[in-house]
Design a protein. Structure first.
Lengths: 272, 311
């Protein structure tokens, strides 16, 4: 009995530790300036106000940042799915020399310290006049989203019964046709998982965006907000509102797709 | 038509079939290379070749706009003599060792709890995924708000409990402790999920057999669960250690540039200080090589089984 209580207490503690900080910042984003500075702080909000959200959504840089984030993360996701899906199929299904080597090389990227290539990419992008452009950031984000998509889709393609493509090939389809007409339509669940994780990765990416993008017209919201925080130093309510506003879409994705996300994150990791 | 085909016809048919099979194999191999090549080309161009370029830069007198003469390992010795670099190295080491250790222990607790929970499993899993979904930069900002000396709840609590009287955000030691805390809050869930996946591969029967033999929880944990979980633990540690080793966003946003890490040092060389560009390149190469070394240690621990190749 004591063990049961200890167990339930642990579970409750874990959930609280994860959620209370977020709820606290949510509260900070919804109270008036006066209440924000109250000492001792109020536990529950006395007056709810959306003025901090008005502030951030009234700021053109913030709005632009959200759009940029959607554009960057969305395009990265599509590109990574396309390139990753194409690469994952032969890695999962076809026999060819160098397959293991390729797979290891792609997966090694998941552990790649991205600062190691910051300087050369900066120099290259400058020479190609791609600094401060969406092309540069989408290109690097796509490359570093690839290990994730390739990993998940390879694991997924392996689970599909090979009879399907064999049947198609007996009917005269080429490998590519079999992939396009038989496998792709069946792969939707794997694609969704890989897509969500790529999107979250690109939405959260910071180092590249903070290095290659200089002005708010191109920066994603994750870069705009900390700068926003230095400009509006005193406006803590607005900072809280910004933190909540950027995370809400991700939190929703996570809640809706939690099963897929967990299976995607751990696909293959277990086999080690 | 006779029921028995002449021998020559049979072998001809076999040859035809053989040719068809070979051409299908060739078609398969060609298609395979065609399908992987766009991804592989991009990876080589954007990730692997630039590493060679970084090594080249680190061996030359270079600025962002101009690469000068060959200087051997001068940039490396300059970096190692630079107090900013040594501080960054010390900070990164402390941060990595402490935060990853805490995350391993807490991650194990969370994984065991989720694994045991039946009714609350989905709820528990969803709630720990929330910190994971936060962008690092945003979680750093969010915690900076709570650490802030006028409106921050953490500072208020720390002062009420007489833990500190100084503003946390201007004290480097306090900042480091808080950065570790934020990292633990944000990434323990990831550790837990990887460990949970490992736990779920341990068969119920082994545990039940131990229960029948009267093993206590602690005995089961140390004699059965942990040894069987070793591969999952090493994979999780590999991910987390390398991630912590290149910490950037968290330090950059949370400390208002007061905490240096190896990655912030490299970043400053590229974007902030021209003087630091060459030493920054040397630091980048050191980060790269040390990451490989860390990975090799873990992979050796995992045994000879090659990574990622299940086929």
């Amino acid at each position: 009995m004591r063990a049961r209580i200890a167990f339930h207490a642990t579970c409750a503690l874990i959930a609280l530790a994860a959620l209370v900080p977020v709820l606290w910042v949510l509260k900070m984003s919804l109270i008036t300036r006066g209440e924000l500075f109250a000492s001792p702080p109020t536990l529950l909000p006395k007056h709810l106000t959306f003025s901090h959200y008005d502030t951030i959504f009234g700021d053109p840089d913030f709005r632009r940042g959200v759009l940029n984030s959607v554009l960057i993360a969305g395009t990265t996701t599509l590109a990574a799915l396309l390139l990753g899906g194409l690469a994952a199929y032969p890695l999962a299904r076809l026999r060819f020399r160098g397959r293991t080597f390729l797979m290891t090389g792609i997966l090694a990227l998941a552990f790649f310290p991205t600062v190691a290539i910051l300087a050369p990419l900066f120099v290259e992008f400058r020479d190609l006049r791609l600094l401060n452009s969406f092309v540069a950031i989408i290109l690097v984000d796509t490359v570093f989203a690839l290990p994730l998509t390739v990993w998940i889709l390879t694991a997924f393609f392996r689970q599909l019964p090979p009879d399907l493509e064999d049947a198609a090939k007996v009917d005269g389809a080429t490998t590519l046709q079999a992939f396009r007409m038989v496998i792709v339509p069946l792969a939707a669940p794997g694609v969704v998982t890989a897509g969500i994780l790529s999107f979250i990765f690109a939405w959260n990416e910071f180092l590249f965006a903070n290095t290659f993008l200089f002005d708010p017209a191109h920066q994603p919201v994750t870069v705009v907000i900390p700068n926003f925080a230095t400009q509006h130093t005193i406006d803590y309510g607005a900072q809280a509102a910004a933190a909540i506003a950027v995370t809400v879409p991700l939190a929703l994705l996570v809640l809706v797709f939690q099963r897929r996300i967990v299976s995607g994150l751990t696909a293959g990791a277990v086999k080690g | 038509m006779s029921a028995v085909a002449p021998a020559s016809a049979v072998s001809a048919r076999r040859r035809r079939r053989g040719r068809r099979a070979t051409s299908r194999r060739a078609d398969e191999v060609r298609t395979a290379f065609a399908m992987v090549s766009p991804a592989v080309t991009l990876i080589v161009l954007v990730a692997f070749l630039p590493v060679l370029y970084t090594i080249y830069l680190s061996l030359h007198q270079a600025t962002v706009s101009h690469t000068g003469g060959f200087v051997g390992l001068d940039n490396y010795s300059a970096a190692l003599r630079d107090p900013v670099f040594t501080e960054a190295l010390a900070n990164t080491t402390i941060f990595t060792v402490v935060s990853v250790s805490i995350e391993l222990v807490l991650g194990l607790v969370v994984a065991l709890a989720i694994n045991e929970a039946f009714r609350a499993r989905g709820l528990l899993r969803a709630s720990v995924l929330v910190p994971w979904a936060f962008p690092v930069a945003i979680s750093a900002l969010m915690w900076r708000l709570m650490l802030q000396d006028q409106v921050g709840i953490v500072t208020y609590l720390a002062q009420t409990l007489h833990l500190t009287n100084n503003p946390i955000l201007s004290d480097r030691t306090a900042l480091m402790i808080c950065a570790i805390g934020v990292d633990v809050w944000k990434t323990t869930p990831f550790m837990a999920l990887l460990l949970l996946a490992g736990l779920q591969t341990i068969s119920r029967e082994v545990i039940e057999a131990a229960l029948v033999d009267g093993a206590t929880f602690v005995q089961r944990l140390f004699r059965i669960t942990l040894p069987l979980l070793k591969p999952a633990i090493l994979v999780a540690l590999l991910f987390r250690t390398l991630d912590a080793w290149s910490v950037y966003d968290l330090f950059w946003v949370m400390s208002d540039r007061r905490l240096e890490s190896l990655s912030t040092y490299v970043y400053e060389g590229v974007r902030v200080s021209q003087l630091q560009f060459s030493t920054g390149a040397a630091a980048a190469v050191m980060v790269f090589l040390s990451s490989i070394a860390i990975a090799l240690v873990y992979i050796k621990g995992l045994g000879a089984r090659a990574f990622g190749d299940e086929g």
